[in-house]
Design a protein around this ligand. Structure first.
Ligand code: ASP
Length: 407
């Protein structure tokens, strides 16, 4: 495997994992194969907090001018909101056309303890850490981002005295990138170890009754990625969509197998900088934020699931209610953490907003992992496209001329 490209190796890991998953028993997969995946996840999680903090401090301090930082923030959040709303609309459209819940009779006695939807004001207040060290220790990414940006701005404003601190974090961030590089080398094995137990646990029998939901979510995710992101990178950044998708592919496979945007973050940062030519300043600002608040795949899935649940219960969603879904699914996806299954919990909020029975969440819970794989992949692809677009409009993009994916 020596000279093979990393993305090819990861793809082989994925395919082998799927094949082996079909052959072995769930017990065998959990005992002997899963530890490989767990090891990979632990290694990748190990770098997230120090990487995000150090690179964001450096990113914010090297923007050098506060106005530019504000402009980048505005563009990033604007792009995130618009693409997320488009994603829900695609989800609703597919839910209406494909009717995934039509004719489906499932036992609806399952009880699912839905979580109460979080209060918007509290969510916003919680972005400000009352103790930044606590935020670092508990890995609250949004709080870490907030504090890191302020430290970066502080460094800029302090001037000369702030320089040693900046150099320290600069060096520290470089070291974290190096470690990410090592961890990525074992990604093919990690992906294998993550995917085989999932396939072993969800044989084809489990998937069949809900096949239409799975199909609708996968079609929607592929459509959104291919149409919306291709258009965005082509139009705003003059980047070929092929270059974009090739460059982000290793991170996509990791998202697909880990089901966590936050866990994929180091890989996303690496792909975007090394393969897509986005500057460190932009990547370290746009991507951690995106991994936390930008979830197009999750929003799309919530649109489809809302219609699915309505159809299963024989209820009709009016156009007005569907508009409500666009709004709540956009907010719910912002509120969902970048961890496995978060979107399912936030689905409660969407169903509540239009008065659908919360038992509906139980219907999709059984196949949620399969749906999570697709939506997480879209989530991180959306973040990467934002990084490319923001970098291009800020003049911080060096589109790679040669295909240098053999990292
Ligand atoms: N697993 C998703 C993510 O990390 C969130 C979700 O469950 O939708 O991006």
């Amino acid at each position: 495997m020596g000279k093979m490209k990393l993305s090819t190796k990861i793809l082989i890991g994925l395919i082998l994992g799927i094949v082996v998953g079909f052959v072995v028993s769930p017990d065998f997969a959990n005992t002997f194969i899963k530890p490989l995946g767990t090891l990979f996840i632990r290694l990748i999680k190990m770098v997230i907090v120090p990487l995000v903090f150090a690179s964001l401090v450096v990113g914010a301090s090297s923007v050098g001018d506060i106005k530019k930082l504000g402009r980048m923030g505005g563009k990033t959040v604007g792009y995130y909101l618009v693409t997320t709303a488009i994603a829900v609309i695609i989800g609703l459209f597919l839910g209406n056309v494909l009717q995934p819940g039509a004719g489906l009779q499932l036992p609806v006695d399952a009880t699912y303890a839905g979580k109460e939807a979080p209060n918007v004001i509290n969510v916003l207040l919680e972005i400000v850490p009352d103790n930044p060290l606590n935020a670092l220790v508990s890995g609250s990414i949004l709080q870490i981002i907030f504090f890191a940006i302020l430290v970066g701005i502080g460094i800029t404003l302090v001037g000369e005295k702030g320089n040693p601190v900046r150099s320290f974090f600069d060096g520290f961030a470089e070291i974290m990138y190096k470690i990410t590089g090592f961890v990525m080398e074992i990604a093919p094995y990690g992906v294998f170890g993550l995917i085989a137990p999932v396939v072993a646990a969800h044989g084809l029998d489990v998937l069949a009754p809900l096949a239409m939901v799975i199909l609708a979510v996968y079609i929607g995710c592929i459509f959104h990625a291919v149409v919306v992101y291709s258009t965005a990178v082509k139009y705003f950044a003059k980047m070929s969509p092929i270059t974009f998708f090739k460059g982000i592919f290793p991170a996509q496979v990791i998202a697909f197998s880990t089901c966590s945007s936050a866990g994929t973050l180091p890989a996303t940062i690496q792909c975007v900088e090394e393969n897509l030519g986005v500057s460190k300043d932009v990547a370290s600002f746009v991507l951690p934020l995106g991994a936390t608040i930008n979830m197009d795949g999750t929003a799309l899935y919530q649109g489809i699931c809302a219609l699915f649940v309505a159809q299963v219960y024989g209820l009709d969603l009016s156009l007005g209610q569907q508009m409500t879904v666009v709004l709540t699914a956009t907010l719910a996806s912002i509120g969902a953490a970048g961890v496995p299954g978060a979107g399912l919990i936030m689905l409660t909020m969407v169903l509540t907003s239009v008065g659908l029975p919360l038992d509906g969440v139980a219907l999709v819970a059984g196949i949620d992992r399969i749906l999570d794989m697709a939506r997480t992949t879209v989530n991180i692809t959306g973040d990467a496209s934002a990084a490319v677009v923001v970098a291009a409009t800020e003049g911080d993009l060096n589109i790679p001329v040669v295909d240098n994916l053999s990292a």
